[in-house]
Design a protein around this ligand. Sequence first.
Ligand code: URP
Ligand code: ZN
Ligand code: ZN
Ligand code: ZN
Length: 536
Amino acid sequence: PNFDLVVINATVVTASDISKCCIGVKDGKIHSLVNSFTDDELAGTEIIDAEGAYVMPGGVDAHVHLCQDLKTGPHGLGGECSDNFETGSRSAVAGGTTTIITFATQTRAEEDRSLLKVAERYNARAEETGSYADYGFHIIIVRNDADILENELPVLINDWGISSCKLFLTYETQRLTDSQMLDVMFAARKNSITTMIHAENGDMIEWLTEKLESKGMVAPYYHALSRPPIVEGEATNRAIALAQLIQNPILFVHVGSVLGAANVRRAQTMGLPVYAETCPQYFHLTWDDLKRFHSPTCFENSKMICSPPPPPTAADHEELFVGLSNGTFTIYSSDHCPFRYDHPHGKPSGVLEHEESMAGEKPCSGNEPHGEELQDLLQRKGGAFRFIPNGIPGVETRLPLLYTGALASGRITPQRFVELTSTNPAKLYGLYPKKGALMPGSDADFVIWHPEKTFSPFNLTNSMLHHNVDYTPYEGMRFENWPRYTILRGKVMWANGKIIGKVRDGEYVKRGPSQLGPVSPSAHRDTRRVANWLYE
Ligand code: URP
Ligand code: ZN
Ligand code: ZN
Ligand code: ZN
């Protein structure tokens, strides 16, 4: 056949194998994987010489926040995502990611009851700019309206191909009570919609936050102290119990503590269908990064605030790396949640009404604010950690950080790298084998790395990145490799440091139910007994 593109001298890595071969692409799909092509086959075809480097299925980033505005922000704390589908997906392809799953967010407002309208609204935002990457949506559900769950979930999965929802145990404007959780999980289970859970105990956080504020401890660092590991520990255990009660598979998003990972591991050992996502920030940042800049009380430390926070120490990183290699963690996503530092709706200002950002304002003295200064921060709703939008950018650095931190350092195999970043997210969210695979018939989505022998490690600066965020938490970090080419359905989107693709090259992808077994926890006897009558 006449190929549209061939990749030669590839070290092809899949979730199961590594092999030296060549890839032929036709009509946006992988046509063949062979030892070599004949001169005839290569004549007139675009050829990419991988020079022996790793060629992997394109990254699937299943946790990306784009276009979440002040009203419907990612967590109701104010703040406005600074990346839309254009800038966010541009950043994705520059970092080797070809598919992103973003969040379409319901709010408690009466006009937001309809999940279908929420999906329409977010889809319009994507269509407004277009996307460099293929994209889909998770639906965030913050209410338990029986009619909506019954009538709309089937339409969401059948017509929209939205096969996953995210539920919260924290954030005043998002959190569900235990019984509301059961309502939504039950409806999700009946419709084969995967339930993603943000597991932090909201009451613990609120209680600790009030105690910290009463002592003037409002600087960014104290965000971490308001969310010690037991906050995730309690919430993961509770959600596991709720899910077990009604035989519902769950995925914990952004697990960031050794305790949370241990709870997941224990549930998996029991035979429960419990999956976990983790993110780069839990392997590269610690509590100390929340007092990295100038003085511990400087607003600039708000750049590092995310929930759950990074773990306390580097010793935690090592334990979390074990979870990456032994299967406790199913997927590795970015949780890209972009806020600008110097912007009134970014960090550290969040919801300030005036036009000015608080960036660069006091306090940077190294002293805790007290008295009038403290009251001012709390009343202006800026600067104090309670009001700082949670989330950090990272859609572009996700794969390179895992390459440097885990693959190049020998902590995980290349196959496991592919499983965590592409194959498992594709399976978990019903995209496989269109995405997440390098086999004939799959979409021709690849990331081609640099040959290790010839790549010179470099130190990252934010100016090298393609997001619309004015900082990266990984400024100055040394990287051992970076995607050399990113190819989406046979189109070169990124090559040798340049964006080549077009903003309308990305397409909306409809997803099916999760393909990651077991869909029902048949391995667990007690659970089976409950489920038998419940779902009849
Ligand atoms: O801090 C974070 N992770 N912000 C994004 C919102 C969320 O909960 O994922
Ligand atoms: Zn979350
Ligand atoms: Zn400062
Ligand atoms: Zn998130």
